[in-house]
Design a protein around this ligand. Structure first.
Ligand SMILES: [Zn+2]
Length: 168
């Protein structure tokens, strides 16, 4: 083999390695990352919301909320922002998937679903308004264990844990 040919073989081998590398990144994305990303949408079909979730969402986040009244944990109802009886504020409906508020509950687990067709912040105050929960008797609120003072303007973040205490 001539020295020139040898160089070319190495060059081809190099290109080959790079191509294999790119292909494996693409395949990893297609088969591992994409299904993970769609997991919440798949999970939500349990609630028979397939048609609602078929609209493209700019945000699909989940926040956990615990409510206590006089120290006792109360159940957060299913269907806040979906069921007309549990849907008190309609000023943000334009940002939600058609037919539901961009902030809603699918079950009684205390998970607030933020599903928005636009990239926008949603505050705890806005959620409480949708749910029809008055902030008058709130005695203490924490986010991931840290004291929260401005409930109205607190922008909810994916994965955070909110705890709101009321006294009656
Ligand atoms: Zn969701």
């Amino acid at each position: 083999m001539q020295p020139g040919q040898k160089k070319r073989v190495f060059l081809y081998a190099g290109i080959g390695f790079v191509a294999v590398g790119i292909a494996s990144i693409v395949l990893t994305y297609m088969f591992i990352y994409e299904p993970l990303r769609n997991e919440t949408a798949v999970q939500d079909t349990r609630f028979n919301l397939k048609e609602i979730h078929s609209v493209p969402l700019a945000r699909h986040d989940h926040v956990s909320l615990v409510l206590l009244v006089n120290g006792q944990q109360v159940v957060i109802p299913e269907g806040i922002g979906m069921n007309p009886q549990l849907w008190h504020d309609h000023s943000l409906d334009q940002y939600g998937p058609s037919g539901i508020s961009p902030m809603h509950t699918h079950d009684t687990s205390g998970t607030i679903h933020i599903e928005s067709t636009v990239a926008r912040e949603y505050t705890l105050g806005e959620f409480l308004k949708v749910a029809g929960i008055s902030t008058d008797n709130i005695t203490r609120t924490t986010v991931d264990g840290n004291e929260l003072v401005d409930i109205q303007n607190h922008a909810m973040k994916n994965g955070e844990k909110l705890r709101v205490e009321f006294s009656e």
